[in-house]
Design a protein around this ligand. Structure first.
Ligand SMILES: Nc1ncnc2c1ncn2[C@@H]1O[C@H](COP(=O)(O)OP(=O)(O)OP(=O)(O)O)[C@@H](O)[C@H]1O
Ligand SMILES: [Mg+2]
Length: 246
């Protein structure tokens, strides 16, 4: 792999493949370029199987671009590298193992509209006035809780508002389960729970994924951080790059 076109800092980051690496640099400075070359270097020069890599980012667009850029360097071998958003990686993991968490294999994924309808349904059932308990506000507290890996029973009931949100959250979570449905937050929270509760499943992924990479690391929430940490295991071959201006 030709690394001549990288600057010295980029080259050093590409070659430091073992152990954790945290790289922060400015916008447009070539952070994704480092990840793309690192993937190519591992596969082409170090003979790592594409199967042993996972690179995650945040948007489908960014994942698509990364795939294209790796493809430009590696050709067809790039097809087998798992390059994905956090959410699609979550779906892929859950499609295989949802049964262990009590979901059917054919679980459905609720988009924002479905989620809002369900929250409104819960508010109504609990006789909470939507003028006081604004469904959007309730939704955003529930989303924030899931991103922090806080489940209904652990939701802080420190004031009256949160006390009611906790009730909504509990009912909402029950209804999701009854409907064999997951919301976007579940796509991160449930893989974390899966790996925490089923070490034998986590082991399968750790055995496969020898090198992990995260782009736009500055945007990771707690659930995403935890997921990556679990996958990295003792090997800790984890390279994260982020924007230091944000
Ligand atoms: N050493 C280099 N030599 C030539 N071109 C470079 C070099 N480093 C980066 N570039 C170019 O600069 C542009 C930005 O690179 P890249 O997308 O990797 O940056 P980034 O830091 O990930 O950007 P963003 O902050 O938008 O995510 C790309 O067109 C890339 O090819
Ligand atoms: Mg980038």
């Amino acid at each position: 792999m030709n690394l001549e076109k990288l600057n010295p800092e980029q080259r050093e980051a590409v070659l430091a493949t073992e152990g954790p690496l945290l790289l922060f640099a400015g916008a447009g400075s070539g952070k994704t370029r480092v990840l793309v070359h690192r993937i190519a270097h591992l596969i082409h020069d170090r003979r790592v199987s594409p199967w042993n890599l996972l690179a995650v980012t945040f948007t489908n667009k960014a994942a698509g671009e990364m795939k294209d850029r790796v493809g430009n360097l590696l050709g067809r071998r790039a097809d087998d590298v798992w390059i994905s958003t956090f959410h699609s990686a979550g779906v892929r993991i859950l499609r295989k193992h949802a049964a262990r968490l009590g979901y059917g294999d054919a679980f459905v994924i609720y988009d924002d509209g479905d989620q809002m309808s369900l929250i409104k349904e819960c508010l109504e059932e609990l006789k909470l006035n939507p003028k006081i308990f604004n469904p959007r506000a309730v939704e955003s507290r529930i989303d924030a809780a899931k991103n922090e890996l806080i489940e209904p029973q652990d939701f802080p009931t420190d004031d009256f508002f949160n006390e009611q949100v906790a009730r909504v959250y509990e009912l909402y979570a029950k209804k999701l389960r009854d409907n064999n449905a997951m919301d976007f937050g579940d796509l991160l929270l449930l893989p974390v729970r899966l790996f925490e509760r089923h070490p034998e499943v986590l082991r399968l992924y750790r055995e496969r994924l020898h090198y992990l990479m995260v782009d736009e690391y500055q945007d990771t929430n707690h659930a995403q951080y935890r997921l990556v940490k679990l996958l990295a295991g003792e090997r800790q071959n984890l390279c994260v790059v982020g924007d230091d201006d944000q």
